[in-house]
Design a protein around this ligand. Structure first.
Ligand code: PDD
Length: 296
């Protein structure tokens, strides 16, 4: 396996980062996870735009143009002969003496890891997964804005620990005002009274790329969509619940705390539409020419 580290491809054994890297010392950095279908990175521009936005929200300048990052992503995929994969692009503050001051680090560390994507168990999509609402509250927007896709994931990890203790797969965290936010690595949707509902960005969530695609598809299919403030009492009586992320796509939810749900038609319809959207995207990128994705 080859890893893209600081501008070049190196064997995984040599892909090491300094113990003085502020990503390691302080979780100071940002990242993106992308999914690759048939050698094409889905929603690549959107992911990279969000990466630059996250970086700018922490005052981190990425010293490369977007096109250069794109080339490095495809170089990494080609070096590992990967076509159905995920890519993790990390930009940390870089190496510097101990101390919080970002100016201690002259150069960000950029790492691109591409790995084969192991399919999630089929049963997850057929039967759904379980969610819990943990005690851990989502970070306050005013403290550490969840729109920054940062390397500092302890908030999510604490929720994940609770989730595992309760035997569930994913959480839906509340914010300090008791409003639903998002999962540890996913956004959440529920379908109730003919409307597809999802917490608004103002509740303090990551503006998931998959979430955005699903909202657009739902609107295109004539569904009512409401982005708003919801409580767990709004969620429990829903007809259908599902979560979204780049790697999971749309995953049905069969249980939230003690409340049970069937895998419903709206979830199935939207997942089908999502898959079709992926296919169209892949075909369009391929039609632009092989140099874009490096495979023939
Ligand atoms: N997770 N919310 C959180 C907190 C996330 O970490 C993620 C993504 C999402 C969904 O965003 P998107 O649809 O853009 O993937 C929502 C990725 C998969 C990860 O952590 O690797």
């Amino acid at each position: 396996m080859q890893v893209h580290l600081k501008g070049r491809l190196v064997p995984v054994k040599e892909a090491v980062v300094s113990v003085f890297d502020h990503g390691f010392l302080y979780g100071d950095g940002v990242y993106e996870t992308m999914r690759v279908y048939e050698g094409v990175t889905f929603m690549l521009d959107e992911h990279l735009r969000r990466l630059y936005r996250s970086a700018s929200m922490i005052g981190l300048t990425i010293p490369l143009e977007m096109d250069s990052l794109k080339t490095s992503i495809y170089d990494t995929l080609i070096a590992n002969s990967l076509k159905n994969a995920f890519v993790r692009l990390t930009v940390s503050r870089g190496h510097g003496p101990i101390g919080l001051d970002p100016d201690l680090c002259p150069e960000p560390t950029i790492v691109i890891i591409a790995q084969e994507l192991k399919d999630y168990p089929k049963s997850f999509y057929e039967k759904g997964i379980s969610l819990v609402i943990p005690e851990t509250k989502r970070n306050l927007m005013e403290a550490l804005n969840p729109r920054i896709k940062s390397l500092n994931f302890l908030n999510n990890i604490l929720a994940k620990i609770e989730t595992k203790k309760r035997g569930a797969y994913e959480a839906v965290m509340l914010n300090v005002y008791g409003k639903l936010t998002e999962g540890t690595i996913s956004n959440v949707f529920f379908y109730k009274d003919g409307i597809l509902c999802t917490p608004s960005l103002e509740c303090g969530i990551l503006d998931g790329i998959t979430r955005g695609v699903v909202i657009d598809l739902a609107l295109r299919d004539g569904l009512g969509v409401k982005e708003g403030e919801f409580t767990k009492e709004d969620l429990y009586p829903a007809a259908e619940v599902f979560i979204t992320s780049t790697t999971l796509e749309l995953m049905p939810v069969s249980k939230v705390d003690d409340q049970k749900y069937a895998v419903g038609n709206i979830t199935k319809l939207l997942h089908k539409a999502y898959r079709e959207e992926v296919n169209v995207y892949v075909a369009n990128v391929k039609a632009e020419g092989p140099s874009l994705w490096g495979y023939e």
